[in-house]
Ligand binder design. Sequence first.
Ligand code: G6P
Ligand code: ZN
Length: 543
Amino acid sequence: MTIQTVATTPFAGQRPGTSGLRKKVSEFQQPGYLENFVEAIFLTLGDCGGRTLVVGGDGRYFNRDAIQTILRMAAAHGVARILVGQGGILSTPAVSCVIRKHAAFGGIVLSASHNPGGPSGDFGIKYNIENGGPAPEKFTEAVFAMTQSLSAYRISDMPPVNLDAIGTYRLEGMRVEVIDPVADYAELMERLFDFDAIRALFKRGFRMKFDGMCAVSGPYAKAIVEGMLGAPAGTVINGEPLEDFGGHHPDPNPVNAAELIALMDGRNAPDFGAASDGDGDRNMIVGRGLAVTPSDSLAIIAANARLAPGYAAGLQGIARSMPTSMAADRVAEALGIACFETPTGWKYFGNLMDAGMVTLCGEESYGTGSSHVREKDGLWAVLFWLNMLAATGKSVEQVVSEHWARFGRNYYSRHDYEAVDAGAADAMMTALREALPALAGRTLGAYRVALADDFVYTDPVDGSVAARQGVRIVMSDGSRIVFRLSGTGTEGATVRLYLERYEADPARHHLDTQQALAGLAAIAEDLSQLRRRSGRQQPSVVT
Ligand code: G6P
Ligand code: ZN
């Protein structure tokens, strides 16, 4: 067994996006492609002697191959100990939990989140630091710079480790521990939520469907919801992780989780529906005939946080990404705590949580989480809702209506234009940016523009600045139009248009969302010429 130094040349385009490096599987399968990126991570980390790392993924196609390569490279870089989920499985929040619990130096997450899997799908890799969260931009930029100047990588030639049997193995001088992917995470959830109350709820006949979307959260939901909480077998549907996610698009939104939505809309619907994504960090909450928007879910969790034992002492603060609706801001105000507005990307929440400035974080992209880990956490959000429903005895629909009645409703929708020509999308953003200075004070339709800018974030903890984070047009009544280009797409450009309108009057809380936002949508089209520029008559996905 020897450690080899293999000559290599740089690949273009290995710059991590919103959440790590995501590419087509075929791109990752090129000889040296994954190795180069992993080498760049190790070189950026520096001396790994004596360190513990964690590695795991969402089980998609290429996960196992990638893990074996990473293990052999970790051994070659002197890593002392590496924890791997059995079968190569660890949800993204579970990686974060395991890093923190075992005081690891960091971890490697293998996932392209909600992007389709399989040989013609996507693959992804990202590095998480010792707080359990995604590495900050200065790290990912250093990794990228390193990928551009590599001439060799180091790797052991030892045979593959058996990932399917829990136990301890040796690879060169490195100790490989294959661990139960669920145990540490389940133990943490049990400390945060009132499992007795939730068990009693299921005993009373409460019915739930959790859609694992054939991705990583199935085993977690089965062990916790059906196992520890006593929900009947069959509560978890699509609960086996498959390499191609059964051909589905494992993104928990009303479009991609259509099966669950139909079930919740139908006669004899269960009391509660929920779904998670490819790597288990996203969530969707569904009541009877009602999909709760992620922005509302964040606000409702914030308003009810004290019901969960782990949050009984109250919240330190809340943070939301800029395009996320301002519903949480109203709750923060009522609670007398701060609400921070960050760029899109969970990594921006890390400093705020580490500094003890916020407890809860959320994004419009079906991500909710807290400082219990440093990733968003799908099943955690579902358990929070279960705890809330168990403690109050109310239905999802009741909780939501009562929240709107108290705080007002932020009508909210995101329109995605996917796989648009990148040049056309860039031209649209440039034109919008150029139009910004002349917009403030102008009347557009029924609205008056109060502020128009390209969002710039200054991190209050380390002072780092992230510019060009999205064009926002804020109206005098608080309504907003936001444009951004997605940082997670793998084909052309994805234009995201976010629309938000505040309605205080309870008599107007049950309008059709798209109708309620039609006036803003028309203004957005006028300003951007998005249809003409993209050549699309309508968005590819509306959530
Ligand atoms: C991932 C990130 C989130 C982000 C989402 C959408 O899930 O972890 O932080 O909100 O992607 O990002 P995008 O750049 O595609 O809008
Ligand atoms: Zn995800």
